[in-house]
Design a protein around this ligand. Structure first.
Ligand SMILES: *Cc1c(COP(=O)(O)O)cnc(C)c1O
Length: 400
């Protein structure tokens, strides 16, 4: 780690130093280095700290180039990007949107902001993501019955694993339903079997990303909306800046939001984007080491790697054998050893907030939820810290 790199808060909690047995191993901490300090200093020197400034446009341009879309709109958070996505698609009161039940609550909340109705769809076991069969059947069924189609389909690429999007895109096209990708957890993941390695976020009508502190790259807090559609991008940008019309007068033509990313945050984003290839390589190195170690341990299965996809492994997520040690006991043993591991998201249908939401499918999400454990996955995880995780895991499974 170079001297210019800023360590995460988890390092400050302990004074015992790197490599010592007492140091807490975080689930996912940022790796901030490269030109970050230089670009941030540039903002301060030039007084461009707010949402007007050269780094915002540069971040958008370079991000769009990486993901492979024509346009990118920098936002204050991933949640804001999703809100703008559904707003620009004119999701309104009573409109249904198909959403996987197994996801972070921020995938669904922006639909509710607009008065829409999330329809919670079960998962596909191999990807952990929305089950394409259920989506295709639902669209075809509605067409057959002459029922109104959902206003959108939201595909979430959980923990860095690209969803099986091909059949969903085909059915969506057939029935005229737009697809929004929530790629908040999957920057840098791609489909090897689509267009020579298409990046997640670039396959649907709109893609959304998050740069929250624990995501693969961070701007302290931020997000990005990407699309090939110039009109959608322009509307999203307009809405993100209070829908103010150009000209001297303060005139506005819509109820907009203050959702623009600051130049300070974008400066950090440009630097993080330069680091992205290294950060992805780090994630994949960590994943390969877990794959090899877990293959030798009874009672746990390595992260699933469906063919045709190149996951980013934002969180390396393993699966406990259904008849083995209970998940919470394993997490407790790891926690006591100073290791931050965690369960996957609680399915939305189990939450008080979404308990009454309409649902499609069975209990695959439930069984993933019961058995999945995300292990420390930072790109900066050292081999000796990873060894500690693996040893603790073996101990947890033996005593489980
Ligand atoms: C992190 C995350 C978000 C929200 O991103 P923020 O930048 O924290 O608002 C949305 N969806 C998923 C799946 C996420 O993991």
């Amino acid at each position: 780690m170079s001297s210019s790199e800023v360590r995460g808060p988890s390092d400050r909690k302990t004074a015992t130093g790197a490599g010592s047995p007492g140091k807490r191993i975080p689930l996912a901490e940022p790796t901030i280095g490269g030109n970050a300090a230089r670009y941030l200093a540039e903002c301060l020197e030039t007084n461009y700290v707010s949402s007007v400034g050269p780094f915002v446009e540069r971040f958008e341009r370079e991000f769009a180039a990486f993901v492979g879309t024509r346009h990118a709109v920098a936002c204050a958070s991933g949640t804001a990007a999703l809100h703008l996505a559904f707003h620009t698609l004119d999701i309104g009161p009573g409109d249904e949107v198909l959403v996987p039940s197994l996801t972070f609550v921020a995938s669904a909340n922006p639909i509710r902001y607009l008065g829409g109705i999330p329809v919670l769809v079960d998962s596909e076991a191999s990807t952990l993501d929305i089950d394409p069969g259920l989506v295709v059947d639902e669209l075809d069924r509605r067409a057959r019955l002459g029922r109104r189609q959902p206003a959108a389909i939201e595909v979430v690429h959980l923990v860095g694993q690209p969803a099986t999007i091909g059949p969903i895109l085909a059915a969506a096209e057939r029935h005229g339903v737009p697809v929004v990708e929530d790629a908040s957890e999957a920057l840098g993941a791609s489909w090897q079997d689509r267009d020579d390695g298409r990046q997640v976020g670039s396959a649907g009508r709109i893609g959304c990303f998050s740069f929250n502190g624990n995501k693969l790259i961070t701007t302290g807090g931020g997000g990005m909306l990407v699309t090939d559609d110039a009109a959608l991008a322009q509307r999203a940008r307009h809405l993100s800046t209070q829908a103010r019309l150009s000209g001297r007068a303060y005139d506005h033509d819509e109820v907009g939001y203050n959702y623009r990313l600051s130049n300070l945050a974008a400066a950090l984003g440009v630097a993080q984007l330069e680091q992205l290839p290294d950060l992805l390589a780090g994630r994949r190195r960590v994943a390969a080491a877990y794959d090899a170690a877990l293959a030798r341990i009874a009672g746990i299965l390595p992260a699933r790697r469906p063919t045709g996809t190149d996951p980013s492994f934002w969180l390396y997520t393993a699966h406990l054998a259904a008849d083995g040690a209970p998940r919470d006991r394993v997490l407790d043993v790891l926690g006591a050893a100073g290791i931050d591991a965690r369960p996957i998201w609680t399915p939305l249908h189990r939450m008080t907030l979404y308990a009454d939401a309409p649902r499609l499918g069975g209990d695959v999400a439930e069984s993933i939820f019961r058995n999945a454990v995300s292990l420390p996955s930072s790109s900066s995880l050292t081999a000796s810290d990873q060894e500690r995780v693996i040893e603790a895991l073996e101990r947890a499974l033996r005593t489980g």
